[in-house]
Design a protein around this ligand. Structure first.
Ligand SMILES: [Zn+2]
Length: 413
């Protein structure tokens, strides 16, 4: 049975279709477009001057068959310029520098979202260098400020490029009123001056729209923001706060488990199997069966029960819709209680909390900042895992850009 499908390429006529080639379907086309603009004077010209050599372009596959388009570009001569220079006609559906149609390249870019160059290259039978070429043709290696009008919320965060390595790169992101996310920069290190230099160089128009900046609890970031941007609200996201106090609770759990391993019999200790993962969960996320080892742990270590409870209380404070002032009161009360109970595993967190109280409680004013930073963080974590080995910051920028903005720009198939 035969079907007819539109080629969906403007201004061409199909001369020949060869389905017998092992390489796939080969279509020979001619352009029905007349004329072009002179490369010298820029005027429209329509004096036909023959054809250039035939070129072959890879196009979107049809029924899993590779599709090749052959076309001889038309040439036109200028009657006005000296020596009558000729110009090759440009068509909207391919770029003279590329061996693929634009439709194919955008399809491949959609394919690259949440994937890797190696993966797409293998899946589509196209060389890695060609995939890189496509990326470079469509995606800048740094921010294109013309594509960004306003930055009501800016995020500054870091990722370690190698596992366990202290080699951080800083990721600057933005979200606008429509909820559209942008990547603004991948900076080579987390020094205050590096971050400050980037912030200071944001074009005046966009800079004036920055209202809030989300940062981790690191003075290099907050000071860079305070020094480079005036009148913005600095927010420490609850996500970063949670990482901190949950880390304290985990450390206490590890220490207690180590002590219990010494004092408990092997049989008793075996009852605590799997408790590490359960301890990390919220009470409402724990099944009845999972409660058992956790409650046994709490019987052996009442201190850990307190740690668990106060960890959960802290989370619940952030879950409530409090005013900034109410949040300060709640957090101070929490500090007082754990100090009365001598839960010194939280000491470092208390220090952090006190130091960053203002920025942390800014979160309660406009809570919507949270999901953005956390969501983007998770995305970047995934990108990082995929992009191990990409130490080129421009390349990293392109990958993050594809994942963050690619769907919006290239559509989602
Ligand atoms: Zn001319």
């Amino acid at each position: 049975m035969l079907i007819q499908i539109p080629l969906d390429i403007p201004d061409v006529q199909i001369e020949k279709l060869d389905t017998s080639s092992k390489k796939g379907f080969v279509l020979t086309l001619t352009s029905t477009l007349k004329g072009t603009t002179c490369k010298c004077c820029g005027k429209p010209i329509d004096k036909f001057y023959g054809y250039s050599n035939e070129i072959t372009l890879r196009h979107l596959p049809i029924l899993d068959k590779t599709v090749w388009l052959k076309i001889k570009p038309k040439r036109y001569q200028c009657p006005d310029c000296d020596n009558g220079p000729t110009t090759t006609q440009t068509c909207s559906w391919y770029d003279i520098k590329s061996p693929h149609t634009k439709a194919y390249e955008q399809w491949l870019l959609r394919d690259l979202i949440n994937s890797t160059i190696t993966d797409v290259s293998m899946k589509r039978g196209i060389g890695e260098a060609a995939v890189e070429g496509i990326i470079n043709r469509y995606i800048h290696q740094q921010v294109d400020w013309q594509a960004i009008k306003t930055i009501p919320l800016l995020g500054i965060d870091e990722i370690a490029l190698k596992k366990g390595h202290k080699d951080f790169v800083v990721i600057v992101t933005a979200i606008n009123e429509q909820g559209e996310k942008h990547i603004l920069a991948v900076l080579p290190d987390r020094k205050k001056d590096t971050v400050k230099a980037f912030l200071a160089a944001i074009p005046v128009l966009q800079k004036a729209t920055i209202q809030r900046v989300c940062v981790d609890m690191y003075e290099g970031y907050s000071n860079a923001v305070y020094e480079a941007l005036s009148g913005v609200v600095v927010i420490v996201d609850r996500f970063h706060v949670a990482k901190n106090y949950r880390g304290c609770a985990d450390k206490a759990r590890k220490q207690e488990m180590r002590a219990l391993k010494k004092t408990l019999s092997d049989k008793e200790y075996a009852e605590l199997k799997g408790v590490m993962w359960i301890f990390r969960k919220r009470w409402e996320d724990i099944t009845k069966e999972q409660q058992v080892p956790l409650l046994i742990l709490f019987r052996y270590s009442p201190m850990l029960q307190q740690v668990y409870i106060f960890r959960e209380v802290m989370t619940s404070i952030f879950n409530r819709s409090l005013t900034k002032a109410q949040a300060v009161t709640e957090l101070e009360a929490w500090i007082q209680q754990i100090q009365e109970l001598d839960l010194n595993c939280f000491d470092s967190f208390v220090g952090t909390l006190r130091k960053w109280m203002d920025e942390i409680t800014h979160y309660f004013i406009q809570r919507q900042s949270s999901g953005f930073v956390e969501g983007l963080n998770n995305k970047i974590k995934v990108i990082k895992r995929r992009c191990y080995g990409i130490y080129d910051l421009g390349r990293l920028f392109q990958h993050i850009w594809l994942d963050v903005e690619g769907r919006r720009i290239f559509g989602y198939a």
